[in-house]
Ligand binder design. Structure first.
Ligand code: SAM
Length: 226
């Protein structure tokens, strides 16, 4: 998969893309990240924002540097890439959207800043609009990192154990069962004996029951969806 990130702050991504699973995915040649500084595509003295028509606080991102960046990328690649605008007004990002995006060959993530995009960016680009939650961040960079991380770990071959995302929270419409590791006793707290019994059938039943219990306690809305 190729992932293009359009941003005014490409330096913010260096650390995140250069560590852990995102780095491993690149080293395995399963993903290629490309950062584009929107400022470099502005026609007028690298000016990327301006005051809002009608008044109001802050500055709005101009459409032309964003369209110029998108079109420059499209001229040298496959124009059918999946474009994503990061915006608090978009559809709520979820594990199921991440699974769908993980099947794409080419994603383009467009990060807003300041007071957000001139609305003609939204209406003029055939882009999916994604929000990472009901709160407002200063820019689309952190939301883009969230989307990239959630998607890349679902690309086949990225994680060491191919089935490690199967039982994760949200995969089967449930939260994951509780997990334990050594020691068997810590500060008087015991690991449930069934997990050390070696009886795989019983372990599976225990995990299923705990996953249902945990989901109904914490996120009953997930159970009602299935
Ligand atoms: N004025 C906009 C509004 O009220 O809808 C908010 C603009 S926000 C300060 C600047 C940029 O941060 C947005 O254009 C978007 O790219 C990004 N952003 C902020 N919160 C976000 C969220 N919850 N999900 C996705 N992107 C977000």
């Amino acid at each position: 998969m190729r992932i293009d990130i359009l941003t005014l702050f490409p330096e913010m991504f260096e650390n995140v893309l250069g560590h852990s699973i995102l780095k491993i995915a690149r080293e395995k040649a399963l993903v290629q990240y490309k950062l584009f500084n929107i400022r470099e595509y502005a026609e007028n003295r690298r000016c990327v924002d301006d005051r809002p028509y009608g008044g109001g606080p802050g500055m709005v991102m101009k459409p032309e540097p964003i369209f110029n960046t998108v079109e420059a990328i499209e001229r040298e690649t496959d124009a059918r890439c999946k474009k994503i605008l990061l915006t608090p007004q978009g559809d709520r990002f979820s594990q199921s959207i991440a699974r769908e995006l993980a099947k794409e060959a080419h994603l383009m993530l467009i990060c807003g800043h300041y007071e957000g995009f001139d609305d003609r960016v939204r209406t003029g680009l055939d882009a999916m609009e994604l929000s990472i939650g009901d709160y407002v961040l200063s820019g689309g960079e952190i939301p883009a990192m969230v989307v990239v991380d959630a998607v890349v770990r679902l690309i086949p071959g990225v994680l060491g154990a191919p089935d490690s995302t199967d039982n994760e929270s949200f995969s089967e419409g449930m939260l994951e069962y509780p997990q334990y590791t050594r020691p068997a006793e810590y500060r008087g707290m015991q690991v449930p004996p069934v997990l050390m019994s070696g009886n795989h059938q019983k372990i599976k039943e225990w995990q299923k029951t705990r996953a249902v219990e945990r989901t109904s306690e914490r996120r009953p809305d997930l159970l009602n969806k299935t």
